[in-house]
Structures are given as structure tokens and as C-alpha cells.
Ligand binder design. Structure first.
Ligand SMILES: C[S@@+](CC[C@H](N)C(=O)[O-])C[C@H]1O[C@@H](n2cnc3c(N)ncnc32)[C@H](O)[C@@H]1O
Length: 292
């Protein structure tokens, strides 16, 4: 068990009473809190570090090589989503299996939001693909001291792990998925046709995943799946930088998480070796709170 941001140890105390200190480590950035914890709990492993710099697979192999980490904590709210995304990236390496964390209510609501609601966005799509996520209960601001302005909640995440994640992605690269989801929600009121135009251009120009050939004026041109290209005579050709109509007219909040995977496949194609391609360990963790 790893507690993120234990502070002087209000939650830590309760956890130690219940589970002891043997399989328990904490990560705290504040030197004063680290000192307090060391004095109060001499047998507890307290790591003085920034949680955003933690490499969970390395941490797991040093702390608990035979079983994945269970993460717990009353998270620092200003970096909640970055912490969560880092956990998602680690979840398919078997480093992290569960996270039970408090956060701002609004962020918890985004994680579990359904399509066509204001709260539905990047966090909802990512955490409904990578984990089974539950908002357990709300926590009023009156139970904290000093009293914060915002309400909180307890969220439980059970990460689906590598095999199930590969089944869900079915060859789609997480980095491509992240880009499509991010671009789609950057302008959440616009249609996908307009929000994703830049990606379609990049995919075409970027020499990546070229899967269809067209021939024009005796020249062979390759274009990505889902992008229509038209021979225009001579050696001229035009790429129709548009998504198929059924996708193009939709707005991002209408797409279920699994539909984002389908959309990504349409634009970027998929890996052939679906069992073994790199899922990536720093895909989502760079995303910041607030966008979508
Ligand atoms: C919301 S407080 C929770 C304190 C305590 N767990 C409690 O429940 O009372 C967040 C804690 O995270 C720590 N923290 C903030 N940013 C951090 C970071 N980047 N890495 C590690 N700890 C951090 C703060 O010093 C603080 O102790």
C-alpha cells in the first residue's frame, strides 16, 4: 500500500492501526511532514519525493515485487488529474492495481460522467477505458480543517490491467487515442469534423500509418484510413480532409469511450501485433487538470 501526500499523518495513523507498517510506504514532498511522520512512526517507510516524479513500476519492483501496489490518499487537489493519469499509465504494467483517493467532488464527477453531460470529458473517457471507476460518496467541506472552499468525494478505481486494456484498445495506440480525445474536447462545442481537421492533415503529412493507396497520373499516393483522396488528373490529387459524415457531424460529448477508440482506429489505423505493441508509459501523465 502506498499513501500519496500523507502530510503529518491523519489518515496514515488510521491505516497503520489497521494494517501495520510492514507493507506500507508514503510519498510526501513537504520535508516538515516527513520529519513528523518519521518521529511518530519510526518503522514506516516515508519517501521524501514529488509524486509526479514517481516511476510506479520501479517503485513496485523495489517495494512489492510480487504484487501490484494499492494506492491510497487524500490527494493534493492542484495536481489530482496529473496523479491519476500517471496511475493509468502505470496500470497496464501491473505496477498499480487499485487507487482509493479523495479529490474535489467536481473532478470525481468528471471521472464517472456519462455522455452528453457537462462533466463528460477527457477524464471520463480515459478512466472509463482504463479502470472501473466509482464515486463512493461525497465528503462535505466541513470535515476538513482548514475548511476548503470545495466539496470532496472518495473515488475508487480498479484498473483493468494489461490484458483487458489490450482487448478494449484492440490494436489502437494509447498515444493516438489521447491525441484524438484531447483535440476533440479542446473545442467541445464544435463538431469533430472541425476539431479533428488538423489531426487528419498531420496524419497525412506525417508519413504515419498510411494504409490506402490511390493512383493519380501514374503516381501512387498513400493516405490514412478514413481520409478520402481524389485523383484530379495529371499528377494532381486532392486529399479530402474530412471525417466520414457519420462521425464528422458529432460533438465529442456524444461519443462513448469505446467509440473514441473506434474513431482513433479510423484516423490512425491500428497495430498489427495486437498482443505485443508498446502501450507506452508516459502517454496520459502529461495532461493537465482543467482541459475537458
Ligand atoms: C490534501 S493534503 C492531505 C494531507 C493528509 N493526508 C490528510 O488527509 O490530512 C495533501 C498532501 O500532499 C502533499 N503534496 C502536495 N504536493 C505533493 C507532491 N507533488 N508530491 C508529494 N506530496 C505532495 C502536501 O504536502 C500535503 O501533505
Amino acid at each position: 500500500m502506498v499513501e500519496l501526500g500523507p502530510g503529518p499523518g491523519a489518515l496514515t495513523q488510521v491505516l497503520i492501526e489497521r494494517y501495520g507498517t510492514e507493507n506500507f510506504s508514503c510519498i510526501e514532498i513537504d520535508q516538515r511532514a516527513v520529519q513528523v511522520l518519521n518521529e511518530r512512526h519510526p518503522t514506516l517507510d516515508v519517501i521524501h519525493s514529488d509524486v509526479l516524479q514517481v516511476d510506479y513500476p520501479t517503485l513496485q519492483s523495489s517495494l512489492s515485487p510480487n504484487s501490484p501496489l494499492a494506492v491510497i490518499g487524500n490527494l493534493p487537489y492542484y495536481i489530482t488529474s496529473q496523479i491519476l493519469f500517471a496511475l493509468a499509465d502505470a496500470s497496464h504494467s501491473t505496477a498499480v492495481r487499485t487507487a482509493t483517493v479523495t479529490m474535489q467532488l467536481e473532478v470525481g464527477q468528471r471521472l464517472v460522467a456519462s455522455t452528453s453531460t457537462k462533466a463528460y470529458g477527457i477524464l471520463s473517457v480515459a478512466f472509463q477505458i482504463y479502470a472501473d471507476t466509482r464515486l463512493h460518496f461525497k465528503i462535505p467541506n466541513t470535515v476538513f480543517y482548514p475548511k476548503p472552499k470545495v466539496e470532496s468525494c472518495l473515488v475508487g478505481m480498479s484498473f483493468v490491467g494489461e490484458d483487458e486494456l489490450r482487448r478494449r484498445l484492440d490494436g489502437v495506440r494509447p498515444s493516438d487515442l489521447r491525441r484524438v480525445v484531447q483535440m476533440s474536447f479542446q473545442q467541445r462545442r464544435k463538431t469533430l469534423r472541425s476539431s479533428l481537421r488538423r489531426i487528419l492533415m498531420e496524419v497525412h503529412n506525417g508519413d504515419k500509418n498510411k494504409v490506402n493507396d490511390i493512383v493519380t497520373g501514374g503516381r501512387k499516393v498513400e493516405v490514412p484510413a478514413g481520409v478520402k483522396a481524389r485523383a484530379e488528373g495529371g499528377d494532381k490529387f486532392a486529399i479530402q480532409q474530412e471525417l466520414p459524415e457519420e462521425w464528422g457531424s458529432m460533438r465529442p460529448e456524444e461519443l462513448k469511450p469505446m467509440q473514441f477508440i473506434e474513431l482513433t482506429r479510423l484516423i490512425y489505423g491500428e497495430e498489427e501485433d495486437k498482443e505485443n505493441y508498446e502501450l507506452g508509459v508516459k502517454v496520459w501523465r502529461k495532461l493537465k487538470h482543467g482541459k475537458g
